[in-house]
Write a protein that binds this ligand. Structure first.
Ligand SMILES: [Zn+2]
Length: 239
């Protein structure tokens, strides 16, 4: 190979590879730019309820702790696609105390904490999903008036953001899957009690209902639910 051919070949190798690398970098940049910038700084903690010795409710082939973990992983994928960072309180079948779960969310200063459960009981016809929010703040424990006002302000923010989160998730679940909503309630659950960050606990469906049990064990259905929840969370965080 003479010098001219060699230099032509080197040119093609260098710039050919260079071009494809540029294309990849541009593709990644375009993807990042196409994501709403407000979501890129967001961090959501997902809590798949139960785990380890704590099975949650079970019926037929369904064990709550397994389904919540699978849905949490799908939800993580869906949120990450939207540019949102995600942390799970557990990513395998293990016992995690409520305190540990809440500490994880607090330690990373999450923008939202989403608890995932399944429901059971209320007769075999009971169906649909429910959402639980923190209770309206009790009297702040601070004695100083100024501290009291500050504590109330924080509580109001947490409450309002939780309401917005639940409203958007409910809207998305109803719109996407025509699922029946049993409503949004202020309820003192282990995760919502004295919440110090926007928190919503979902009971996604009834395993004691034969139709819903069949759906909830289905992989595609779990993904659809996760997609709808992710859309609701993203819509809420963009506001
Ligand atoms: Zn549960």
């Amino acid at each position: 190979m003479d010098g001219k051919k060699l230099s032509q070949k080197l040119f093609v190798i260098f710039f050919g590879g260079f071009k494809s690398k540029i294309a990849v970098v541009c593709g990644v940049l375009l993807l990042i730019l196409s994501l709403p910038s407000s979501l890129l700084a967001m961090l959501v903690v997902i809590d798949p309820a139960h785990g380890g010795e704590d099975f949650g409710v079970s019926a037929g082939r369904i064990i709550e702790k397994d389904v919540t973990l699978r849905m949490a992983r799908y939800l993580r994928d869906e949120l990450q696609h939207r540019g949102i960072s995600v942390r799970l309180t557990r990513d395998d079948d293990r016992d995690v105390s409520i305190k540990q779960r809440r500490n994880i969310a607090a330690a990373v200063q999450a923008d939202a904490l989403i608890g995932l459960h399944l429901n059971s009981g209320f007769g075999k016809d009971a169906r649909g999903f429910s959402l639980y929010l923190p209770m309206v703040a009790q009297q702040a424990s601070a004695q100083e008036e100024q501290e009291k006002i500050l504590a109330d302000m924080v509580s109001t923010n947490v409450l309002n953001d939780s309401i917005m989160l639940a409203t958007e998730i409910e809207k998305s679940l109803i719109g996407t899957l025509s699922l029946a909503s049993r409503g949004v309630y202020h309820l003192s659950t282990p995760l919502t009690r004295n919440a110090d960050l926007p928190t919503v606990v979902l009971e996604i469906g009834f395993i004691s209902n034969a139709d819903e049990e069949k759906s909830l064990i289905n992989d595609a259905y779990q993904r659809e639910i996760a997609r709808a929840i992710a859309t609701g969370i993203a819509n809420s965080l963009q506001q």
